[in-house]
Each structure stands twice: as structure tokens, then as C-alpha cells.
Design a protein around this ligand. Structure first.
Ligand code: PHE
Ligand code: ZN
Length: 876
């Protein structure tokens, strides 16, 4: 086999033929589903007459083909492994094809497959070509009419749009015909068939349209849909209010499936969800899961406009729909919950995971200019950095212009497949701002670094701020241009502890302002600064950059106590902890005694003893930077030193502040009936953070509380947290009985078993790798189920840093073994799983050698394009 080839943005051309209407008939069968397609085609006005018709198609067995009703002779078309070409076609015509496919053999979970006995589809990005021959690209938009034929095992037959006809057929079979009046690209096609049960509700849109809402699940999950339904209705209302966007069909359906590569999919009128992203129950799902479900339900719903009505011209524009939609779901969650905590959570995840991606061999711009396998580009950069870029736009143009710009975008491009420039142009027009330099955010990869310096001139009452930006080289992009970076800031007076009024070049800006950094180096002179300030920079993480400022520890303790911006107050605490952690890491490496910085203890004491205004934010402030985040800050990652330093600090804090933690635990403990409200979630997080500190020193009161909390069995948030703490303790008599009880109780529930796997494989104990191998044989585990792979292998490799990076290389071997097996079964999941190995350059030489050896071992296999692309980049 020849090496897979790349596709380039610069090669874009409109399709030679477009499809105006698509008629499909599925006669379902696990081994041989027959798919008949009638495509109504016409030449694209921008393409010359007489070009051959090329259709995508993979793994299809062609049974029949006819043009305008005439069967084609063998020499009138040709076929290879990825396409079918009809040599001569008229200007307008229809093409009939019939193919067979085998859903039961589909382990890649792209196209039509079976999940727990249920038929379902996944077509984004290029799955439709595994269903029928088609111009499988997002700029081909057609209306669809779909007939699904099933047997007694499939009482429910669903597709996009509205059901228009149903009836009985011979041999106990039956059919339903669906029509979707909205033109859509093939990636939004969906079909579901099986023995499903529904929960139904209704929503009236702002203009009075009655919409039926349905959530389809397996019968045993009927009691786990309330939260998703409530979230859906909130999201529908929010999109009307915040963006003026209404739903546009009479029916909106969500289906839960157990085997799914991603979180969920926004198919028109028929969203398909990973069951983990939709099902919740207080006894089976944690607060985090409840919040995740709310945001994913909203995300997929928001795609109806940002993605479906207005879609992407080509897959290079993927962030056009994903970045914008993530931004929309983030704002929705911020509005429904605690905005400060939402931002803290999103940013701490971003600075850990996206920064690492940007610093590694697969770094790519928000709009890549080439790819081998588009499935590899559903990344943190496209999604989360894309959302940060939209957020910067919103901050630059202001709320009102942003809304005008988005209205303009949806109106102008409704029913079209467009580009990122089209979106940014609307924002530029609506605001009158020149966004040409800003566009570099879409083409330049890597995390910009800002070095900031400040100087206060007491005599002149001036504060001079100097900002220098540079973006480090990334693969294929050695030289970078300066970006247009919004820096939100305040100056906090050291005497008053208040945000001082800002005057820049004679202009009064209030006490919190956005300055525009455009040059490689730029100076900002603030006048009338009445007292010496500590600058509070990049408030709310106003740009996805790394910002350095030579803060002293007193400065940080001061900001932690006084900053007017909640996010930066949290960030000051993280910076303070980082400085102290750096010392501890150095001490560990040099083999000298570790000493706890009393300033960190005092800062934490201040937090614990102060009046908590926002318990959820407080819980975040009391949480130390994660090992992954600390690693991201180190030039060379020393996993053992990082782990040792962080544990030392956790224990130091726990010993010094034991009584405070105990009190906070007791004050926030409650027996009230579970509800995923912001107030309850805040109390639970705070209490559980306190408990984790007590368990860090295995304090006897703490141990007793953890056991009680586990035994009380009140809600999954508390049970899971207690079980995690018991499992991660050094005492087998705490962990083993609890794990056993939990595993037996929940053996029937796959989503809870995923949590059971994840809890065990994050244990710090040295024998955990052997446990991972053992659990891979557990009856509840299956390599064919992506949730299981993520829970067991993904969690181990991604979160158990000390043990994954074992010096004997056993962790790397385990991961490579799994990647090799999955490469055959599910290339998309295999390519994602390999990520930790691609980060080899960040580690010491012996680990580098071991990691590269495993990558080489993978490369020696016959690889899917997905794994090939990632491994090639990692070894380049
Ligand atoms: N488009 C989906 C989303 O972000 C994600 C997805 C991509 C799902 C590819 C499946 C396959 O909402
Ligand atoms: Zn999305």
C-alpha cells in the first residue's frame, strides 16, 4: 500500500456536480443492508461542462447503477477503493445506485453500524461514503427523503426531518419515510433503528412554533433523561434570547447510543449522543457529568444554526462551526451556572491540554492548511482554541457589535457552506474594526508568549507597562508574525487594595480595560496612577497566551486577596503555588530536604478563614495546579519530582490547616435531596476538596468521613469522590472492600463501570499497571467500546503520570499494544489514544528512547491513515 496522501486547502475547488435532492432507501440487515440511492444532480455553474462525475465510496459493494433510468454498461463507469467515476454525464440527471454494506462488521463506528443491537450512523466527517456513493463533502447541500425498512427487532425507525409515511411490508417488516426539507451536507445525515423507548416533551418557540422533543434510549435508561430534557429546553430558550435563533422543524430528537467515538453529533433534527453525554441520574452521575451533559446537549442544539443552517465550505473551516459553537455553549453554561467557575474550569483545562498540543509535534493552526485524515483534526486547537479566538473577537468588537455581526452572518449565509473569512468579515462590518491582523490567529499555530514588565514612577504618578510577544516555532512554521492580542487588565493599588482608575494616553478607561497589543513590543503608559499598583494582567484569560510577569510572592498573595477580577484572583493563587512548587521540585531533584513555603499556607488560611462569597470559586482556589499543568510549565518534565512536590505541598497544607479543612467539611456537608444546582454543586466541591486534603495525610477523622460518605450512598458525586480517596489511599483495607462493593453493585451499568475503571487506574501505587492489564480482561471491558478504552487505557496513560512513565517502559508498552490492536478495529480512537507517546520530547533521555521505540514499533505495523499521520508527525 502506498503512503496516505495529504489534502491541501489551497487545492479547494467547488464540486463539479451538486446534488439538489437525495432519495435513500435502507433495507436493514446486520450482514447485508441494501442501500438504494437516487441522487438528483446538476453541473456546478462554476465548472466546465463534460467533466466526469466522481463520487466518494468506501467499502461498498455495488449491486446496480443507472443514469436517468438506464443501467450503465461496465465501460461507462469505473471504481477504485475510494471512489466511483461515471465518465460521461449530462448537465442535469439522476443517478441510481444500489449497494450492500455490513453494519455488524463495522467496528470503526463510522458510517452505519450496530451498537448494543441498535442500528445507528455517524457521518461526520467522511462517514457517509461508507453508506452510499456520494459527493461526500460539506459544500454539497441537498434535501433528503429517506425510507428505512426494518424487522420486528427494529420497532423504531428514525431519520432526519419529519416522518411522512409509514406502513407494513411482507415478512413482518415495516417502513417509515422521513423528509428533511432543509438542504444539508451528507455529514449531517442520520439513521437510527432499534428497540428504543422515548421520553417526550414540548417547546414553543418565540414565534409560536410547537416543537415535539424526544429523547430515545434503551428501556432501562428511561429514568436518566430528565436532566438532558431540561437542559435542551433551557438551551432552546437561550439561543432565542442570546442569538435570536429559533428551531426550524416540528420535531427534535436525541438518541443515546453506547458505542460512539466522540461526545455527540448534531445531525439535523436527530442528534446522536454517546450515552455518557446524555444520561444522568443522581445515583449514577457526578455533578461534573450533569454539567457536561448540559453543555453537550446545548452544544449540539446550537449547531442547528452554527453548523447546520450555515455550514463549512470544506473541512479546513471546521473551527468555523466548532469554535463558534463551543464559545456559544461556554457562554450558555456560564449564564446557567457560576460564570467564574466555568471560566476557571475551561481555562485550566485549556492551559493544560491545548497548550500541550500546541507545543507538540501535532501542533496546527485553528484553520489547518493540510491534513491526511480529517478525523485527526477534531482537536483542542480546532474546538477550544477556536472558541478562544471567537471570545477574543467578542471582546474586541463588544457585545452589541458581536450580536449584530452574528445576525448578519446567519442571515447572509443561511443555507450556505462558507469560510472563516465570511464569519470574520461580518464581525468587521458590524464593528467597523480592521480585523486583518486578527486573522493570523487562524493561520498561525503555537501558543504566543507575552513577557510583561512594569514600572511605577511615584513622582510622575505614572505606570509604564511593556509587553513583548513572540510565538515559538511549530512544525512547518518556523517564523511567526505578531498577533493582535486583547489584554484585559487592571492596576490594583497596593495601599487601597482596590482597582485604580485607568488613564491611557489621556483617555479614561474605567478600572478594567482591554488594551490592544499588535506589535512585537509595545509600551503602554498609564497616567494619574495615585498609588503603587500591582498589575492584574490578562483578566479572565482574555487571550490564549502564556503571560509572564516578574511577580514576587507577596505580590501574588496580595492579588489573591485583593484582585477585583475573580478569575485573576484564582490565577494569582495558582501562580503563587507554582513558585513554591518550583522550589520543591528543585529540592527533590537535588536530593535536599523539602521545605513548605509558609506564604502558601498563610494564603490558604486566609481563604479558609475568610467569608466565602462563592464556594465554588473557593474550591477552585484551594485546588493546587494539576501534575499535567505543572509539567506544562517545566522545560523538561520530571514526573517523579512533580508528583513528589505536589504531594508534599498537599500534605503540608493538610497538616497545617487540618482543623480548617475539617470545619469546612462539616459546614458544607448536607443531607438535602440531590439537585445539580450551582449552590449544591458549590458546597459539594468545597467539602470534597477539604476531604481530599484530610485524606492526603490519612487523618483518622478524614478516613472516617470518607468511609461514612461512601457508605451513606447519597449521590454519585460524593460516593465517587469518597471511593477515589479510599482507593488512592495507601491502605488496602480501605480500598479493596469499597471497590468490591461498588463494582458488584453497579456491574449492570456500563457508565458507572467506566467510573469504576477510571478510579482504579489512577491509583498512585506502583502495581497499578498490572491492575490495568488485569482489568482489560474484566467482563465489563471491551476494546470495541470507546468509552471503555478511554476509561481504562486513556485515563491511565493520560492521568496516572508517574505510573505511565515507569522507567521500565511497561506503561508505554501497554499503550502501544493497545494502539496496535485498535488500529485495526477503530482507527479514530487508536489515533487519539497514541497522543501521550507523541509528547516524548518533553521527557528525559531514557524515557525519550523508550517512547520513541514504542512509536517505531507502531510504525512498523500496517497502519490506518489516522494512526499513520500521528505517528509520522511524532517521529519526524
Ligand atoms: N460534530 C460533533 C460535535 O462537536 C463532534 C463529532 C465529530 C462527532 C466527528 C462525531 C464525529 O458536536
Ligand atoms: Zn460541535
Amino acid at each position: 500500500m502506498s503512503d496516505p496522501q495529504a489534502t491541501y486547502l489551497s487545492d479547494y475547488r467547488p464540486p463539479a456536480y451538486r446534488v439538489t435532492h437525495t432519495e435513500l432507501t435502507f433495507d436493514l440487515d446486520p450482514a447485508a443492508t441494501r442501500v438504494k440511492a437516487r441522487l438528483h444532480l446538476e453541473r456546478h455553474p462554476e465548472r466546465t461542462a463534460g467533466e466526469p462525475l466522481m463520487l466518494d465510496g468506501e467499502g461498498l459493494t455495488l449491486e446496480a447503477i443507472a443514469l436517468d433510468g438506464e443501467p450503465l454498461e461496465a465501460d461507462e463507469y469505473s471504481q477504485d477503493e475510494a471512489s466511483l467515476t461515471v465518465h460521461r454525464v449530462p448537465e442535469r440527471f439522476h443517478l441510481d445506485t444500489e449497494v450492500t454494506i455490513a453494519p455488524e462488521a463495522n467496528t470503526a463506528l463510522e458510517g452505519l453500524y450496530l451498537s448494543s443491537g441498535m442500528y445507528c450512523t455517524q457521518c461526520e466527517a467522511e462517514g457517509f461514503r461508507r453508506i452510499t456513493f456520494y459527493p461526500d463533502r460539506p459544500d454539497v447541500m441537498a434535501t433528503f427523503a429517506t425510507t428505512v425498512i426494518g424487522g420486528p427487532g427494529e420497532p423504531v425507525l428514525l431519520s432526519n426531518g419529519n416522518p411522512v409515511e409509514r406502513g407494513e411490508l411482507p415478512n413482518g417488516r415495516h417502513f417509515v419515510t422521513w423528509e428533511d426539507p432543509h438542504p444539508k451536507p451528507s455529514y449531517l445525515f442520520a439513521l437510527v433503528a432499534g428497540d428504543l423507548k422515548k421520553v417526550e416533551d414540548a417547546f414553543t418557540t418565540a414565534s409560536g412554533r410547537e416543537v415535539t422533543l424526544q429523547i430515545w434510549v434503551e428501556e432501562e435508561n428511561l429514568d436518566k433523561t430528565d436532566h438532558a430534557m431540561a437542559s435542551l429546553k433551557r438551551a432552546m430558550r437561550w439561543d432565542e434570547e442570546a442569538y435570536g435563533r429559533e428551531y426550524d422543524l416540528d420535531l427534535f430528537m436525541i438518541v443515546a447510543v453506547n458505542d460512539f467515538n466522540m461526545g455527540a453529533m448534531e445531525n439535523k433534527g436527530l442528534n446522536i449522543f454517546n450515552s455518557a453525554a446524555v444520561l444522568t441520574h443522581p445515583h449514577t452521575a457526578t455533578d461534573a457529568a450533569f454539567q457536561r451533559v448540559e453543555s453537550i446537549v446545548a452544544h449540539e442544539y446550537f449547531h442547528n444554526w452554527s453548523g447546520n443552517r450555515v455550514t463549512c465550505r470544506d473541512w479546513f473551516q471546521l473551527s468555523l462551526k466548532e469554535g463558534f459553537t463551543v464559545y456559544r455553549d461556554q457562554c450558555f453554561s456560564a449564564d446557567t451556572n457560576s460564570p467564574a467557575v466555568k471560566r476557571i474550569e475551561d481555562v485550566s483545562f485549556f492551559r493544560t491540554a491545548q497548550f500541550a498540543e500546541d507545543a507538540g509535534p501535532t501542533a496546527h493552526p485553528v484553520r489547518p492548511d493540510h491534513y491526511i485524515e480529517i478525523g485527526n483534526f477534531y482537536t483542542l486547537t480546532i474546538y477550544e482554541k477556536g472558541a478562544e479566538v471567537v471570545r477574543m473577537l467578542a471582546n474586541l468588537v463588544g457585545e452589541e457589535a458581536f450580536r449584530r455581526g452574528s445576525d448578519r452572518y446567519f442571515e447572509r449565509f443561511d443555507g450556505q457552506a462558507v469560510t472563516i473569512e465570511d464569519f470574520v468579515d461580518c464581525m468587521a462590518e458590524a464593528s467597523g474594526l480592521d480585523l486583518s491582523q486578527f486573522l493570523r490567529w487562524y493561520s498561525q499555530a503555537g501558543t504566543p508568549e507575552i513577557d510583561a514588565f512594569g514600572e511605577y514612577d511615584y513622582a510622575k504618578a505614572e505606570y509604564r507597562l511593556i509587553l513583548r510577544q513572540r510565538t515559538p516555532a511549530t512544525p512547518d512554521q518556523p517564523d511567526k508574525q505578531p498577533l493582535h492580542i486583547p489584554v484585559r487588565l487592571g492596576l490594583v493599588g497596593t495601599k487601597s487594595g482596590r482597582d485604580l482608575p485607568l488613564t491611557l494616553e489621556g483617555e479614561a478607561l474605567g478600572s478594567d480595560a482591554v488594551i490592544h497589543l499588535r506589535e512585537a513590543e509595545q509600551e503602554f503608559l498609564f497616567t494619574d496612577v495615585s498609588e503603587a499598583p500591582v498589575p492584574s494582567l490578562l483578566r479572565g484569560f482574555s487571550a490564549p497566551v502564556k503571560l509572564r510577569f516578574p511577580y514576587g510572592r507577596e505580590d501574588l498573595a496580595f492579588l489573591l486577596a485583593n484582585d477585583g477580577d475573580g478569575f485573576n484572583r484564582w490565577d494569582a493563587g495558582q501562580r503563587l503555588a507554582m513558585l513554591a512548587l518550583d522550589d520543591l521540585i528543585a529540592a527533590h531533584r537535588n536530593g535536599v530536604e523539602k521545605v513548605m513555603d509558609p506564604r502558601v499556607i498563610e494564603a490558604f488560611r486566609g481563604l479558609l478563614e475568610g467569608e466565602p462569597e462563592d464556594r465554588a470559586v473557593l474550591a477552585e482556589m484551594l485546588t493546587l495546579p494539576s501534575e499535567a499543568y505543572i509539567a506544562e510549565q517545566q522545560p523538561l518534565v520530571d514526573v517523579d519530582a512533580i508528583h513528589a512536590a505536589r504531594e508534599f505541598m498537599r500534605q503540608g497544607l493538610a497538616m497545617a490547616l487540618r482543623d480548617d479543612f475539617l470545619r469546612v467539611y462539616r459546614e458544607n456537608q448536607s443531607d438535602a435531596a440531590y439537585a445539580p444546582t450551582p449552590e449544591q454543586i458549590a458546597r459539594r466541591s468545597l467539602k470534597n476538596v477539604a476531604l481530599a486534603y484530610l485524606m492526603a495525610i490519612e487523618d483518622e477523622d478524614g478516613v472516617a468521613l470518607a468511609r461514612e460518605q461512601f457508605a451513606a450512598d447519597h449521590n454519585m458525586t460524593d460516593v465517587r469522590h469518597a471511593l477515589t480517596l479510599l482507593t488512592h489511599s495507601s491502605r488496602d483495607e480501605l480500598s479493596e472492600p469499597a471497590l468490591k462493593a461498588f463494582g458488584e453493585k453497579w456491574a449492570h451499568d456500563p457508565l458507572v463501570m467506566d467510573q469504576w475503571f477510571a478510579i482504579q487506574v489512577t491509583r498512585p501505587q506502583a502495581d497499578v499497571l498490572e491492575r490495568v492489564r488485569f482489568l482489560m480482561e474484566h467482563p465489563a471491558f471491551s476494546l470495541k467500546n470507546p468509552n471503555k478504552v478511554r476509561a481504562l487505557i486513556g485515563t491511565f496513560a493520560g492521568q496516572n503520570r508517574v505510573n505511565f512513565h515507569r522507567l521500565d517502559g511497561a506503561g508505554y508498552r501497554l499503550l502501544a499494544d493497545t494502539v496496535i490492536e485498535l488500529n485495526r478495529l477503530n482507527p479514530e480512537i487508536a489515533a487519539r489514544l497514541v497522543t501521550p507517546l507523541t509528547r516524548w520530547a518533553r521527557f528525559d533521555e531514557s524515557r525519550q528512547e523508550l517512547m520513541k521505540a514504542e512509536l517505531e514499533r507502531i510504525r512498523a505495523e500496517e497502519l490506518s491513515p489516522n494512526v499513520y499521520e500521528v505517528v509520522e508527525k511524532a517521529l519526524a
